[in-house]
Design a protein around this ligand. Structure first.
Ligand SMILES: [Mg+2]
Length: 219
């Protein structure tokens, strides 16, 4: 029984900053590495890289921006570097493992991360057997704009899961990704964000953490 969510048959989850809580130190390590990486491999100073990355992230998916800025940018090489960043301090939650397992319905992991990142984190979190589908993003997807918040890929998921948007709920820390979900007719839950977004019409529910949502809605 999922209180307040009758008729939902598909739950869609972002990975980073959604299925685990902060303080997200591994992310800081990864992105400090990234700016150093861009300086070393492409001659863009760390400071300039940080500036550009901020612009790209506001506009779209950050790697799409880098591909446009540096057409020779080797995404796979960068992903190999990310995969080596220590993430052993990312909190593992046994309550999340148990309650997510017990959540009735289809579960889809939908991340703008790359496939080996999703594998690494799901294993670390003890969630590798919890999802019916894992949608991660490869280089072709980025080149073809097949990533959140582009609605096309949401439609593909709805079709794949043989459901309708009205029967889906999406969990995210990213506002843009939830806005698309809402516009398509999905339910939305914002997690790991400050309270100031509560008034937005596309935020249907907000919790400090995903675990809190599980605790409150799975009685
Ligand atoms: Mg996220």
């Amino acid at each position: 029984m999922v209180a307040g969510y009758q008729g939902v048959d598909t739950w869609i989850f972002d990975l980073d900053r959604t299925l685990y809580t902060g303080p997200f130190k591994w992310e800081r390590r990864a992105f400090e590495n990234f700016f150093q990486y861009v300086e070393t491999h492409y001659g863009v100073s760390k400071e300039k890289a940080a500036e550009l990355d901020k612009v790209f992230s506001q506009r779209s998916f950050y790697l799409k921006g880098w591909l446009e800025e540096l057409p020779q940018f080797d995404i796979q090489h960068w992903w190999d570097q990310i995969d080596q960043v220590d993430a052993s301090d990312v909190p593992v939650c046994t309550l999340t493992q148990k309650r997510l397992h017990d959540l009735p319905g289809n579960k889809v992991l939908f991340t703008n991360g790359h496939p080996s990142h999703a594998d690494k984190f799901l294993k670390h979190l003890g969630l590798e057997n919890h999802f019916d589908e894992v949608i991660a993003i490869d280089e072709n997807d980025i080149r073809q704009n097949r990533f959140k918040p582009n609605p096309d890929i949401y439609h593909e998921i709805i079709k794949k899961m043989k459901t309708t948007a009205q029967k889906c709920v999406m969990f995210e820390d990213n506002l843009h990704n939830l806005e698309t979900a809402h516009n398509l007719g999905m339910g939305t839950v914002l997690v790991n964000q400050p309270d100031c977004y509560r008034h937005l019409d596309y935020i249907h529910n907000q919790k400090d953490t995903f675990t809190q949502w599980l605790e409150e809605h799975m009685k």
